[in-house]
Design a protein around this ligand. Structure first.
Ligand code: 4NP
Length: 179
């Protein structure tokens, strides 16, 4: 159990009678490597769980460098090797409205987390911010999703593997808290 009752009561899509999905936002620095990969892998896990319509996802970056760009071709290649395809997402920057638009805000590393917490204005906004590492396996060697941007192919494959597990665990967690 990773989500607390506050997070899980944020959306209550199945009980509010309005059909509003539980909304998850993945955040990294550039929104061209880790967070778009998290979004793609999470959406696949949502489909696999039959939870489409109950859970929705988006991704963004804390920085503005790559606004409007497709994900990095090295990340798309790593995703393709693992059997996943890009859904058309273009990079965008995190904005204040995201604190209201999303139920959970998931930074990929500690630096992204500090940046988002710095922008949060209320305790409620801060409470929505939970690091991706919360859903790593207990024996994971990583403490955050490592930035693959300046490394080689293996780093991208590693991020895909790490996120494949973590996003599936996150979907399970959200589903368990809403039943
Ligand atoms: P991301 O990776 O935060 O996972 O999208 C990066 C993308 C761009 C840069 C660094 C990391 N950059 O320095 O431009």
């Amino acid at each position: 159990m990773y989500l607390n009752s506050r997070n899980s009561s944020g959306g209550q899509p199945e009980t509010d009678g309005k059909g509003t999905p539980f909304r998850v936002l993945f955040v990294c620095l550039g929104n061209i490597c880790r967070s778009p990969a998290a979004e793609i892998l999470f959406n696949a896990a949502v489909q696999h769980a039959g939870a489409q319509g109950r859970i929705a996802a988006d991704s963004c970056g804390t920085a503005s460098y790559h606004i409007g760009s497709k994900p990095d071709s090295r990340m798309l290649a790593a995703l393709q090797r693992a059997g996943y395809a890009w859904g058309g997402h273009r990079a965008r920057q995190f904005c204040q409205a995201d604190f209201e638009q999303f139920d959970l805000i998931i930074p990929q590393d500690e630096s992204n987390r500090a940046d988002i917490l710095h922008l949060a204005r209320t305790a409620e906004q801060k409470a929505k911010v939970i690091p991706m590492s919360r859903w790593f396996p207990a024996d994971a060697a990583d403490r955050e999703v490592p930035d693959p941007y300046y490394g080689g192919e293996a780093g991208f494959d590693h991020v895909v593997q790490l996120l494949e597990h973590a996003t599936a665990a996150l979907v399970q967690d959200i589903e368990q808290h809403r039943h």
